[in-house]
Design a protein around this ligand. Structure first.
Ligand code: GUN
Length: 293
């Protein structure tokens, strides 16, 4: 079998087009441009790249972006004061505090300081708590797992009663992904570094979400024939034979897994572009919640 490619790049483009149209409608109706504020503490190169991509995407879709950078040794009070200022700023609809934060900062307190109507990352404890509870809806759902869900939906995957395995239990991806899949009536197993018989558990999955942060850990014999595999990982591997001196890969050995799976999302070109598209969608949603038409 050769798996169908789940083309996150094309799917993200569709989401961005929808956002762009809705933003233009709001502006035509006299509403201000939706605005996203990013808060970056320090100068982690990967975080700088992500924040830059978010800024450019806002501009492409007709939204404002306000990039704030604090020194790596910024105090807890300084970061919280910036968040409070952004909470009070009507031009800012969404606030994104780029993670990870330097170790000396209390991440939970900072995320809790974000106004929940501006919590476009969906990381506020109230939003995450609602995601974990039956019959409750969070205002915003974290962008990466929500992007994975949109990719499954756009691929026509039936989640009801499906056996879903999530590899990884991070606050940003694995845990909210598992909660989202439960909300959609999948039967969910979360695997992590202490899981025994990892390969055997993965090989039972109808839907396998790889978000463990280990390059190409998911091999062909980890995948049930016909299963749907979503690769959340991104790894930069040094390789002097490549023009750039490196190549990018994911948590899934794409080529060999494609021989058995029913559908696989590649990395790069899968979850990455979809995550940014979901962030744009959440920022538009924040503007709609705060200032309905
Ligand atoms: N770091 C890695 N992914 C994310 C994300 O989705 N949001 C934020 N704020 N930081 C991240």
């Amino acid at each position: 079998m050769t798996a169908k490619k789940i083309d996150g790049r094309a799917m993200a483009k569709e989401v961005r087009e929808e956002v762009k149209v809705s933003v233009a409608k709001r502006i035509a109706a006299g509403k201000p441009k939706p605005g996203l504020a990013t808060v970056l503490v320090g100068s982690d190169p990967a975080s700088e790249v992500y924040v830059g991509m978010k800024k450019r995407m806002c501009e492409n879709l007709g939204m404002n972006s306000f990039a704030h950078t604090l020194e790596a040794d910024a105090s807890q009070e300084e970061v919280e004061a910036l968040v409070s200022k952004l909470n009070a700023d009507p031009a800012v609809n969404g606030i994104l505090v780029q993670l990870p934060l330097p170790d000396h900062l209390d991440e939970e307190k900072i995320l809790q300081a974000v106004d929940i109507t501006k919590d476009i990352d969906g990381f506020h404890p109230i939003n995450i708590g609602r995601l974990a509870q039956k019959g409750r809806e969070s205002l915003f759902v974290p962008c990466t797992p929500n992007g994975c869900l949109v990719m499954l939906d756009k691929s026509g995957v039936d989640l009801e009663g499906a056996n879903a395995v999530v590899l990884g239990r991070s606050n940003i991806v694995g845990m909210p992904m598992a909660l989202l899949l439960v909300k959609r009536n999948a039967t969910v197993t979360i695997c992590h570094s202490r899981t025994k018989n990892l390969k055997e558990i993965c090989a039972e999955a109808d839907i396998l979400i790889a978000a463990v942060g280990r390059e190409e850990i998911v091999k062909k014999d980890w995948v049930k024939p016909g299963a749907v595999v979503i690769d959340v990982g991104t790894h930069r591997i040094d390789d002097e034979t490549k023009e750039k001196g490196y190549y990018l890969t994911g948590d899934v050995a794409y080529e060999e897994v494609s021989e058995v799976a029913g559908a696989v999302s590649p990395s790069p070109g899968g979850v990455g572009p979809m995550t940014i598209a979901m962030l744009m969608r959440n920022t538009l949603r924040a503007a709609e919640i705060q200032d309905p038409m």
